[in-house]
Design a binder for this molecule. Sequence first.
Ligand SMILES: Nc1ncnc2c1ncn2[C@@H]1O[C@H](COP(=O)(O)OP(=O)(O)O)[C@@H](O)[C@H]1O
Ligand SMILES: [Mg+2]
Length: 250
Amino acid sequence: MRTEAKAIVEEKPLLNISGVSVHYDGAIEALESVDFAVSERALVALLGANGAGKTTLLKAIAGMLQFERGEVTSGDITIDGFSCARAHPAAITRRGIALVQDGRQCFRSMTVAENLRAAALLKPARANEMLDLVFDYFPMLKEMSARAAGYLSGGQAQMLVIAMALMGQPRLLLLDEPSLGLSPVMVQSVFDAIERVHRDLGTSVVIAEQTVPRLLRIATDAYVLSRGRVAIHAPPSEVTEDQLQRVYLS
Ligand SMILES: Nc1ncnc2c1ncn2[C@@H]1O[C@H](COP(=O)(O)OP(=O)(O)O)[C@@H](O)[C@H]1O
Ligand SMILES: [Mg+2]
């Protein structure tokens, strides 16, 4: 009896999404009845072709849909058991969720260090400590700390926006296609850093990507979306390139 109860507690996810549908403009259905969960310390691969619904799912979690006339029309999203499907993004951030959107948005005319300090607004007391920590994870950012962010390469900018998210000490880091447009060497550096953050800080991570073979090697759980639905939910080792091709081409 006791063992059973313990198992249930341990399996309780940090984030739970059940039966979530999302519509844009009250009409376009971008997600349909999606179930998705992230446990503590998980690294979840969220795969799918262009238009499958990956960004929509990440925005639904972070409460960002309202800025695009998007809405969770059914189902629920809970963080630590609290319903967040209609919560304000700031309330979701306070619960420890950080979304790194595609597009690598930062203050282009501010320096790398200024961007990082601005990102610590939520936890200013630990800003110096966190700055040292992110410079340790991203030595390249330390070298470039006085440079205007607008002059960074794509890979450096990607590292900056991930580091900015870390300044808020999130429990769950959501990354939207971090490899997009980067050279293979840069993708490797970015993934090295993400892997280290996941391993050393114990941060739960969700990475949305179309195809990054390494992601399936490091992930602890995998979901594949197709046209707004979960087509595959399986251990990453069981998801093959062939399977992905079939889903992407369907
Ligand atoms: N702001 C928006 N308004 C209307 N439709 C949108 C909007 N954003 C995305 N969509 C639609 O929702 C679907 C899922 O898109 P998206 O979540 O961006 O997929 P992915 O990130 O997997 O490429 C697509 O059909 C897309 O055209
Ligand atoms: Mg997307």
